[in-house]
Design a binder for this molecule. Structure first.
Ligand code: BES
Ligand code: MN
Ligand code: MN
Length: 462
């Protein structure tokens, strides 16, 4: 593959232009108003896979947004890699906080990305990272450097829970049969500290509704004599953590995997600057469960967070009112061995039990999923590690992430294969936030590293 670097150099402007075109389509899966854009994006992916040399490229219809499938089978006796990614993106709001419009991609320099970064919703999560795989495939097919078989499966509902993919996978086990699943939808520690993601947290997402009186009331005439659902909801939420910042739901920690002191010591070796961390977020102090480090708190420990809370009067000026209802959206990040459906039930039971008689409480579960841990003693991990070593000049550090890709555990159940998480984004890339971006260097480095994964996987499998 001595021509890989030259190929990337020669085509890098086109690689960037193509990604920019992809990023211009607002494929927001959460908002029905963008349906035609989500579908247009699936067509873009279809066309790109065809152009990159994939065969049997097809739009697989589902109850929701389509899944784009394609393959290049060179020899059934060789290993098969299944590439997974998503073409949908998060909503862009609050749009006013973007320094350039979210769907008008521009390349701007930043402190961390001196070569420039592409600013657009989805630049890193996941269009940029998914498209690296299509460009790596283009290189491999056009230069005779695809050493094994490859299948692509790109979905359009990851940001809303992957319901259609969960429907599709069990119905297409044979078509999707593979030796390893390759995903770039996570990050790494820094551009000079490559890492491979070895864990994802699970998720349970619920919405709660607290109802007091049957209508909004004058807060003078009734205040003090009836329960204010917003006050009550705030109290209930506050009680979900104790003074050590542990979650108080009975049974919540029962199945949590405890890491050995050796494993924790190993984790503590990963480079981390608390000072930089605090500075980047403009906070005076970090916060979290007692007796755990920041890196442990956001990866191997489960959490409970309010994602949104509303009720009552939030317009201009003041209105003296006791609202009839208060609401909150709550997410729990889970760690290995916690069952997301069980945790959802524990939450529901507990939340209903702590409600005073003066209010009614309704808990509505949304989506969820299991956590995941990648073993590091596999051929696939070793191939990924060697690939990074080749292109970064450093052995990557295995590191568990705090984020979730719930479908990964379903892949293992249904397809019986492990996933390898080769992420090239950085935590500072602002995924899901205003001004999401993806380093030009990271994009090209990903395209360069991926073909080595195929090479080493095939060599190590012999
Ligand atoms: N790509 C992210 C997950 C991620 C990002 C994992 C960085 C590790 C590092 C994915 O698109 C995502 O946003 N997942 C959601 C869950 C989903 C069910 C909406 C998440 O983690 O909140
Ligand atoms: Mn993603
Ligand atoms: Mn995401």
């Amino acid at each position: 593959m001595d021509n890989l670097k030259a190929y990337i150099k020669k085509h890098q402007q086109r690689f960037l232009n193509e990604l920019i075109e992809l990023l211009k389509i607002p494929s927001i899966s959460a908002d029905k108003a963008f349906k035609k854009d989500v579908l247009a994006t699936s067509d873009f992916v279809l066309k790109s896979l065809k152009e990159a040399g994939c065969n049997n490229v097809e739009i697989c219809e589902t109850p929701g947004y389509p899944i784009i499938y394609g393959e290049k089978i060179t020899d059934p006796k060789l290993p098969t890699v299944l590439v997974y990614g998503h073409y949908d993106v998060q909503p862009a709001d609050p749009v006013e906080l973007w320094t350039s419009p979210p769907f008008e991609p521009v390349i701007k320099k930043t402190e961390i990305h001196p070569e420039g970064a592409i600013f657009a919703r989805g630049a890193c999560d996941d269009k940029g990272q998914m498209y690296m795989h299509i460009k790596a495939l283009e290189y491999m097919t056009s230069s005779g450097n695809l050493p094994c078989n490859v299948k692509f499966m790109i979905e359009g509902e990851e940001e809303v829970g992957s319901e259609s993919l969960a429907w599709f996978v069990p119905r297409n086990k044979e078509k999707l049969a593979n030796d390893v699943i390759l995903i770039s939808d996570t990050g790494m520690i820094a551009n000079d500290i490559p890492s491979i993601t070895t864990g994802l947290r699970g998720l349970s997402y619920v919405e709660v509704e607290v109802t007091g009186p049957n209508r909004d009331l004058h807060s003078g005439l009734y205040g003090g004599a009836v329960a204010n659902p917003i006050n009550i909801l705030a109290k209930m939420i506050a009680s979900l953590h104790d003074e050590n910042n542990k979650i108080t739901i009975p049974g919540f920690y029962d199945k949590v995997e405890d890491l050995s002191e050796e494993e924790r010591a190993e984790m503590a070796k990963a480079p981390f600057s608390l000072k930089n961390y605090k500075e980047a977020l403009d906070i005076n102090e970090v916060y979290g469960e007692n007796k755990y480090s920041t890196n442990e708190r956001n990866s191997i420990r489960p959490t409970l967070d309010v994602n949104g809370i509303w009720g009552g009067y939030i317009g201009e000026g003041a209105k003296t009112v006791i609202a009839s209802k208060a609401f909150a959206k709550i997410s729990m990040r889970l760690v290995p061995n916690q069952e997301w459906k069980e945790i959802t039930n524990l939450f529901k039971k507990h939340f209903e039990s702590i409600a005073p008689k003066s209010v009614k409480v309704k808990v509505t579960p949304h989506h969820g999923g299991q956590g995941y841990v990648t073993p590091i003693d596999t051929i696939a991990y070793k191939a990924a590690s060697r690939a990074y070593e080749t292109t970064f000049g450093k052995v990557p550090i295995p590191q568990r992430s705090g984020g979730s890709i719930p479908i990964v555990s379903l892949f293992e159940e249904e397809l019986n294969s492990k996933s390898i998480l080769m992420g090239f984004g950085l935590n500072s890339d602002a995924i899901h936030s205003p001004n999401e971006h993806f380093g030009v260097w990271n994009y090209l480095k990903g395209i360069e590293t991926i073909p080595y994964f195929y090479k080493y996987l095939t060599e190590f499998s012999k």
